[in-house]
Design a binder for this molecule. Structure first.
Ligand code: NDP
Length: 236
């Protein structure tokens, strides 16, 4: 389905965010990405911002609004891991992951919601993780930051649902990206055994679900958590 609505994706220079940006471009949207480094894919407007920096985000949003128009669809994708077992996890390991994954989402959603409220139309899509629902040893910080997005999207749905704005969570399983490439091969093989699909997904398999959530076909879906995990998290 094609559309010329304006979409902003955080962390659109690589990985899943980049695939999401490519998919929106292919479907005709006006697409902006935030990047700390590098550039978004061809056909996108790249703006510089770190999601932990409200002032930089505000300037980036203002640039997108003046070049493309008000942001109608927001994909909060930027995220990091700092994996280690609880007893070895420092406060900085915990705080930096929460500040990026949860705090970053808060900052961009708050900034984007102003224009959406004015337009009485908006789509907020947060990229969580199967780990936020299923748990994962060595990822207390990451899992906490990702499960928090579920409560966030559901509360947002209750606040803004009457104004034409939806808020949903996509929970990917294991996706081929720099984040999973860091895992040793034997660990990757072990994970694949526990995934009913028997493989990791491509970033594009997440992107297709995100563009669908942004489309008119999903207008009545809000506060939902959509797994894209090959069956890994079933029932969680
Ligand atoms: P990558 O590590 O490949 O890319 C992460 C992206 O986030 C990069 O664009 C990076 O920018 C950006 N980013 C990180 N920190 C910040 C920050 N402080 N400010 C702005 N941008 C930032 O990860 P993936 O593509 O794999 O992951 C994307 C999202 O999907 C994340 O939220 C991740 O948690 C989630 N996810 C990933 C899964 C996977 O298996 N890969 C599974 C489930 C969820 P830069 O290049 O500048 O570092």
């Amino acid at each position: 389905m094609s559309s010329d609505r304006v979409v902003l994706i955080t962390g659109g220079n690589r990985g899943i965010g980049r695939a999401i940006a490519e998919r929106f471009v292919a479907e005709g949207y006006r697409v902006a990405v935030t990047a700390r480094s590098g550039e978004g894919p061809s056909g996108t407007l790249t703006v510089r911002a770190d999601v932990t920096d409200s002032a930089a985000l505000d300037a980036a949003f203002t640039q997108v609004e003046s070049e493309l128009g008000p942001i109608e669809i927001l994909v909060a994708n930027a995220g990091i891991t700092k994996d280690t077992l609880l007893l070895r996890m420092t406060e900085d390991d915990f705080d930096s992951v929460v500040a990026t994954n949860l705090g970053g989402t808060f900052r961009v959603v708050k900034r984007a919601s102003k224009g959406m409220l004015r337009a009485r139309w908006g789509r907020v899509i947060m990229i969580s993780s199967v780990v936020g629902l299923y748990g994962s040893a060595g990822q207390v910080n990451y899992a906490a930051s990702k499960s928090a997005l579920v409560g966030f999207a559901r509360s947002l749905t209750r606040e803004l649902g009457g104004r034409g704005i939806t808020a949903n969570v996509v929970a990917p399983g294991f996706i081929e990206s720099d984040m999973t490439a860091e895992l040793p091969e034997n660990v990757q093989a072990e994970y694949k055994k526990s995934i009913p699909a028997g493989r990791f997904a491509t970033p594009d398999e997440v992107a297709g679900v995100v563009t669908w959530l942004a489309s008119d076909d999903s207008a009545y879906i809000s506060g939902a958590v959509i797994p894209v995990d090959g069956g890994l998290g079933m029932g969680h």
